[in-house]
Each structure stands twice: as C-alpha cells, then as structure tokens.
Design a protein around this ligand. Structure first.
Ligand code: HPA
Length: 273
C-alpha cells in the first residue's frame, strides 16, 4: 500500500499537468452510463495508457480514459472503462483510479452498474438507488498495511451510501418522472452467473440486486472520506423458481435502453447538488 501511495502521487502529478480542472465529483461510468461521457463539456481527456502506474485494460476491447470537464455546472472527473475482478485485476488495481480521484480533490463519488434483480418487485430496465451493500467477493481493497494519510484502518460502514444523496436522487427522480427503487446490492466476483440456489440464498440474506463490480470502489471511496451515490440498472430479473438465462447481449441491450434515463437523472442530480 505504501508503494501505491508513491504511485498515486506520480499519477496525480502527471494529471495536474494535463488539466486545470479541480474535480469535486468523481463519476464511474458503468454499463448504461456511458452516454454521460458525451454530456460532459470536456476540458481534458487522458487515456489510461498515458498515466504513470495506471492499470491498462488488456482484456476489454474499448479503450479506457479519464475525462475532466464540466457537467451540470460542476467540475467532474469521469472514469470511462472499468476494471473487474473477473478479468484478473486485483482489488487494488480496480480501485487505483478512486485513490487518484481522492488525491485530485474529489469529495463525492457517483457510481453506476448493471445488476441482476433479486427483489420480485423490480423489472428489467428499472433504476435502483443503492442503500447498502453486502460484500461476497471475498476481497477487500484495504487488505494490507493501512496508509493513514488516506484513511482509517477500520473505516466506518454505518452509512456507505449517503442518505442525503439518496434523498436528493429520490427528489430529482420524482421531478423528472423517473421510477427509482432503493435496494441492497450484493457483490459477487463472477464471471459465472449465479445458480438458482445461489439466487435464492442472495434473496434470503437480504439482497435486492446482484452484480460483479462497485463494492471495492465504494470501499476505497469511503476510506478516502468521500460520500457515495450508487445507482444500478436492473438488466435482468432472477427468479429462482422460474430461473432463466441472462445472456450478456440481453444485459447490455437492457442497460443501453435504460441509459438515457440514467444519464438525465445523474445530470439533473449534479445540477441540484
Ligand atoms: N448477476 C450478476 N451480475 C450481473 C447480473 C446478474 O444477474 N446482471 C448484470 N450483472
């Protein structure tokens, strides 16, 4: 971790040469939120491979980049192109960009993802404000010696997802006539999808949605003292009593259909922040 402290400093020194923007808000563009990148009045776009120590995506086809600019009147830093544990990255690599966001001055993180619906009231295409999470990945990005300059050894998890931001998101969604739920996100590693028995178990332990990202990033954001707003797009509904395959094409297509709704919601939330 100490080594990562030096790496983050070098990355940040590089980025500060590339942009004048002092971001207040960090955005992780998950599946469905990709379109938000086009709404940012970009001041600087920095490809990952230029940034010292930045993990480079070898598995995914699309290039990753950091976008610095203005959205909804706020200075933002958005991360386009994400790393997942199932691709072979370690939790520390997945969260390196969150450390960079924190060091650049980001205080609020907006993070989105595609998730499977477990709550029977949720439908494909619905949006869910994440109220809490269950980490079933067996990973924790804070494992190892703690960097006290970054945050506490045992970070508090009583309010992982800011109640104030959930309230703002609820109010904004009402104003835009967009239906949102609240729910508990359970993080798994994937890449295999859940079995029917696992789905029944996940519902039983109190989860409303399941996905393969987000948890590590949120833990590091909280460790860094950020407030977090997490939004999931329900891309498929998993009913253990009528269990159906959720092929990736369907997951992506549903996320893309719900994308514009999520983009409008996030942009309006930023305006009201
Ligand atoms: N399970 C896990 N991750 C997912 C799913 C799912 O059903 N849908 C989208 N991401």
């Amino acid at each position: 971790m100490r080594r990562q402290l030096g790496q983050v400093s070098e990355s940040v020194a590089y980025l500060k040469k590339k942009t004048e923007i002092q971001p207040q808000i960090g955005i992780v563009l998950g599946t469905g939120l990709g379109g938000l990148a086009d709404r940012i009045q970009a001041a600087s776009i920095v490809p990952y491979e230029e940034i010292p120590h930045f993990p480079i995506s070898t598995v995914t086809s699309h290039a990753g980049r950091l976008i610095f600019g203005s959205l909804g009147g706020k200075n933002v830093m958005a991360k386009q192109g994400r790393f997942h544990y199932y691709e072979g990255y370690e939790a520390k690599e997945i969260t390196f960009s969150i450390r960079i966001m924190a060091a650049m001055g980001v205080q609020t993180l907006i993070i989105s993802n595609a998730a499977g619906g477990l709550n029977p009231e949720f439908e494909a295409g619905d949006l869910v404000l994440i109220r809490d999470h269950i980490n079933l990945t067996g990973q924790n990005p804070l494992r190892g010696d703690n960097v006290d300059e970054w945050g506490p050894r045992f970070p508090d998890m009583t309010e992982p997802y800011s109640h104030a931001l959930i309230g703002l998101a609820e109010k904004t969604a009402r104003a835009l006539d967009i239906k949102v739920h609240q729910g508990v996100y359970v993080g798994v590693t994937g890449p295999s999808m859940e079995t029917a028995a696992e789905t029944r178990f996940l519902r039983f332990i109190g989860a409303d949605i399941v996905g393969m990202s987000t948890i590590s990033e949120v833990i590091v954001a909280l460790h860094s003292g950020m407030s977090v707003l997490g939004i999931s797009v329900v891309t498929n509904v998993n009913d253990p009593d009528d269990y159906q395959p959720a092929p990736i094409e369907q997951v992506i297509a549903t996320a893309e259909r719900a994308g514009p709704k999520l983009v409008s919601l996030v942009e309006e939330i930023l305006k009201r922040m």
